[in-house]
Ligand binder design. Structure first.
Ligand SMILES: Nc1ncnc2c1ncn2[C@@H]1O[C@H](COP(=O)(O)OP(=O)(O)O)[C@@H](O)[C@H]1O
Ligand SMILES: [Mg+2]
Length: 245
């Protein structure tokens, strides 16, 4: 199978002249359909910039980003917005749910924004997969953090996007709840063939992925396949200068 998203020679420079910072210094990486990849690296290594460039939220200074067969760097803002809505799912540390909407309305929101009629079978399936069947009329404030993140996962899955990007999705959760959320992401890949790219600083979270890629100073400096928490932690210490958290 092909890559759901591929970055080639991506550079991102913030600022100008002597104040310029190369957040990404020419990064190339492909993410095959139906795979789960963790992105790790010290604070300031370029993880968020990488994710934002891959997801069309930020424009690279140079290089190419192809997502679902489309060159993102050539799209105007209007087309980018539509592509993000139709082809990409996002999961953030802070959940980012709409407080005035019910669980069911939050989950169906991407379909409504796309002008697609939420079909009941798709909604029921997604809701069942994340275990929210009996919470559909609740508001986000009535839910625990773990339940809120499950709403966010359902919302990301509902459009069957080409890629889901997650930035520290378990960063605000306790260990047990984080594990439930990671199990859900893993299942979305294994049983539904979803493609996920997840930034994390947690070796245990990374071990749920098929592969870990490591960034340092805006460059790719290594990768691990079939990662265990021990192997990830070991690689992190050898990369040095690692400010965890
Ligand atoms: N909007 C911005 N303006 C200027 N510099 C930025 C901006 N975003 C990130 N940077 C810089 O780019 C580098 C990488 O940042 P970031 O991608 O947020 O790293 P990480 O997510 O790994 O902590 C850092 O040196 C950071 O200060
Ligand atoms: Mg970051």
């Amino acid at each position: 199978m092909g890559d759901a998203v591929r970055l080639t020679g991506v550079r991102k420079v913030y600022g100008k002249g002597s104040g310029a910072v190369a957040a990404l210094a020419g990064v190339s990486a492909g993410f095959e359909q139906g795979t789960f990849t963790a992105v790790m690296g010290p604070s300031g290594s370029g993880k968020s910039t990488f994710l934002h460039c891959a997801a069309g939220l930020d424009k690279p200074t140079s290089g190419s980003v192809r997502l679902a067969g489309v060159e993102l760097t050539e799209l105007g803002e209007k087309h980018l917005t539509r592509l993000r809505r139709d082809k990409i799912g996002f999961i953030f540390q802070a959940f980012n749910l709409l407080p005035a909407l019910t669980v069911a309305q939050n989950i169906a929101l991407p379909l409504r924004l796309a002008g697609r009629k939420p079909d009941r079978a798709t909604l029921t399936d997604v809701v069942r997969r994340v275990g929210l069947d009996n919470r559909l009329t609740h508001r986000p404030a009535q839910l625990s953090g773990g339940q809120q993140q499950r709403v966010a996962i359902a919302r990301a899955l509902v459009t069957r996007p080409a890629v889901i990007f997650a930035d520290e999705p378990t960063g605000a959760l306790d260990t047990r709840t984080a594990r439930e959320v990671l199990d859900l992401l893993r299942q979305a890949v294994t049983t539904a063939g979803q493609t996920i790219v997840m930034v994390t600083h947690d070796p245990v979270a990374a071990s749920f992925a098929d592969r870990v890629i490591f960034l340092a100073d805006g460059a790719l400096v290594g990768e691990l396949h079939h990662p265990t928490p021990e192997a990830v932690a070991d690689r992190m210490t050898h990369l040095g200068a690692w400010a965890v958290a």
